[in-house]
Design a protein around this ligand. Structure first.
Ligand code: HEM
Ligand SMILES: *[C@@H]1O[C@H](CO)[C@@H](O)[C@H](O)[C@H]1NC(C)=O
Length: 326
């Protein structure tokens, strides 16, 4: 009798713990909306063939979604007269790309199965497809996220800034349950995509009171960046100017890490990966092992994409990714 009770307790405990860990499920829409994944892949691929910049754009959207209130699609919500949404927050304002791709996928999915697939999941699938299109690897996306009903510009403070040092980026990822190792692997996302000059011109023109140019920035690279981001007669840099962050802006290979060893990290936060022995050792290993990096990157993306997700009856399935359901 005692045996049976103990066994029953173990079974229940296993069920509960597996239930907690596996809040999200691969194949979540297999029966509920069988074509959802295919529709998303189709929309991402079509847009990518027109403008490859949407792939990095969508990957960043997912990161910014997950770091603010968890991966709940809150970054997709538009501001209203009474609410400044995340899109207006300092890290996002006028720099997000790929939002229309999510809208188009959502519209087709709603037509096929109304009110079933969350915007948060669409974004997570689309980020996976974007990484896959840029040869960064592939994974099965655990799904079942629900959409949040809150989006506040002020909460984008949770997103790390390009001026951060190693302790600050490490802390920012730790706040979201990610390790420093995962932070190093995820930072390699900066292999693809672009940055506005404003994200790094302090390193070129006004570093601190004793030196104008960041001594940790390769002087040849600095010269190139100054050409791309020139100052006008007032000393201002056009806020619309952008540069690619890497020599292969649409291909996920590990040149990002190799560049760091030439002082070629674009942001202070990129170059900071060499500021501890442990992170520098990881960066060196990724620099020489693109495959190993992509493997770790994918694992870290799977973890990042599950930060503080809403599941079950929490939140809602938004009808329009830009608008909280009435
Ligand atoms: C370590 C902390 C991080 C900082 C400080 C940071 C900061 C930035 C900044 C300032 C930009 C340029 C945005 C612009 O000016 O248009 C950028 C771009 C980008 N970031 Fe990060 N980021 C970080 C981590 C990540 C992570 C974890 C990912 C994804 C896994 C990511 C993916 C991207 C991508 C793909 C772009 C290019 C976006 C585009 O081309 O539209 N970043 N990041
Ligand atoms: C400016 O930066 C340089 C290089 O990092 C550093 O050596 C110097 O102490 C800094 N000066 C001030 C006033 O912070």
């Amino acid at each position: 009798m005692k045996m049976k009770l103990a066994l029953a307790i173990i079974v229940v405990a296993c069920f509960l713990s597996s239930h907690i860990e596996a809040a999200l499920e691969v194949g979540f829409y297999r029966d509920k909306c069988p074509f959802a994944e295919a529709i998303i892949r189709d929309e991402v691929t079509k847009s990518f063939l027109r403008d490859r910049g949407i792939a990095p754009g969508i990957v960043r959207l997912h990161f910014h979604d997950c770091f603010v209130r968890g991966c709940d699609g809150s970054v997709l919500i538009d501001s209203t007269p009474t609410n400044q949404a995340e899109k207006e927050g300092p890290p996002n304002g006028n720099t997000l790309q790929g939002l229309e791709v999510i809208d188009n996928a959502k519209a087709r999915i709603e037509a096929a199965c109304k009110g079933v697939v969350s915007c948060a999941d669409i974004l997570s699938y689309a980020a996976r497809d974007s990484i896959s299109l840029t040869a960064g690897g592939y994974w099965d996306v655990p799904a079942g996220r629900r959409d949040g009903r809150i989006s506040k510009a002020s909460e984008t403070l949770d997103i790390p800034a390009p001026s951060f040092n190693l302790d600050q980026i490490t802390q920012s990822f730790a706040n979201k349950g990610l390790t420093q190792d995962e932070m190093v692997a995820l930072s390699g996302a900066h292999t693809i995509g672009r940055a506005h000059c404003s994200s790094f011109t302090n390193r070129l023109y006004n570093f601190n009171s004793t030196t104008m140019q960041d001594p940790k920035l390769n002087p040849y690279y600095a010269q190139f960046l100054k050409q791309q981001c020139p100052r006008d007669s007032q000393g201002n840099v056009d806020k619309n100017l952008v540069v690619f962050m890497n020599q292969t802006p649409f291909l996920m290979e590990s040149s990002y890490y190799r560049n760091l060893f030439q002082n070629g990290g674009l942001f202070t936060s990129d170059q900071a990966l060499l500021d501890s022995q442990e992170t520098a050792r990881e960066a060196a290993s990724y620099a020489g092992n693109s495959l190993g990096w992509r493997r770790d990157f994918v694992q870290a993306m799977i973890k990042m994409s599950q930060i503080q997700v809403l599941t079950g009856n929490e939140g809602e399935i938004r009808a329009n990714c830009r608008v909280i359901n009435p």
